[in-house]
Design a binder for this molecule. Structure first.
Ligand code: SF4
Length: 183
C-alpha cells in the first residue's frame, strides 16, 4: 500500500515563495492508495498516516491485473478482502478523521457495480474506445466510427449486462478474453 499524496497545506507550504499575490487555499486534500492482498492492519496504518497528514479523504483503489501486471491475478483482492474493506469503510466513516472511500466495496454489485461498458467509456490516446481504462478491449476507434455507435455496441455486449464487481477480477470474463487481456 502506498501513500502518494501529502496533505495540501504541507504541499503548499513546501512550494517556493514566488512573490505572487495569489495565495493558494486548501479546501480538500486526498490520499490515494491501492489495495492488494494485505494484512488488514495495514488499512489502519494507512488511516493513521492519513490522520497524521491531515488529509480529508483516504481513497482506496484496487490493483487490476492488466498490462505488465496481467500475470498477477493471484495478488488481486478476493471477495473476502472486499468484505474487509467494506467493514473498514463503514467503521471509519462512523467516527472522526478522514472520510474513507473504499472503491472495491462501492463498485460491488450491492452498491454501484462495475462501470465498465455500463456507465462509462474510455478513449485512449490512439482513439480506441474501451469499456474502462483497465480493460484493453477495443470496440472501435473514434476516428473511424461515431462514439454513439460504439457506445451502443458496447452496452449491448453480453458481458456488460447486470451488475458485478470489478469485471477484470471475474475469472470467466478473463478466460473468455485471455488473448486480449494478455496481449
Ligand atoms: S473493470 Fe470495472 S471495477 Fe474494474 S477498474 Fe474497470 S470500471 Fe473499475
Amino acid at each position: 500500500m502506498s501513500m502518494v499524496c501529502l496533505a495540501m497545506d504541507r504541499f503548499f507550504s513546501a512550494l517556493p515563495d514566488t512573490g505572487s499575490s495569489i495565495t493558494p487555499r486548501c479546501t480538500r486534500a486526498e490520499a490515494f492508495s491501492e489495495a492488494v492482498r494485505l494484512d488488514p492492519r495495514s488499512y489502519d496504518d494507512a488511516f493513521s498516516l492519513a490522520c497524521e497528514l491531515g488529509v480529508h479523504e483516504l481513497s482506496l483503489y484496487e490493483i487490476v491485473a492488466v498490462g505488465r501486471w496481467a500475470s498477477h491475478e493471484s495478488e488481486v483482492l478476493s471477495d473476502r478482502d472486499v468484505l474487509r474493506l467494506e467493514r473498514f469503510h463503514k467503521e471509519k466513516n462512523r467516527g472522526d478523521g478522514p472520510r474513507v472511500t473504499a472503491l472495491p466495496y462501492l463498485l460491488g454489485p450491492e452498491m454501484f457495480g462495475c462501470f465498465a461498458g455500463r456507465r462509462w467509456i474510455h478513449v485512449d490516446g490512439d482513439g480506441k474506445a474501451l469499456p474502462c481504462a483497465y480493460m484493453p478491449l477495443s470496440f472501435g476507434n473514434i476516428k473511424e466510427r461515431r462514439l454513439k455507435d460504439i457506445w451502443k455496441d458496447m452496452t449491448a455486449y453480453q458481458w456488460f449486462q447486470g451488475r458485478c464487481s470489478c469485471q477484470m477480477r471475474d475469472r470467466q470474463f478473463r478466460e473468455a478474453h485471455r488473448d486480449i487481456l494478455e496481449g
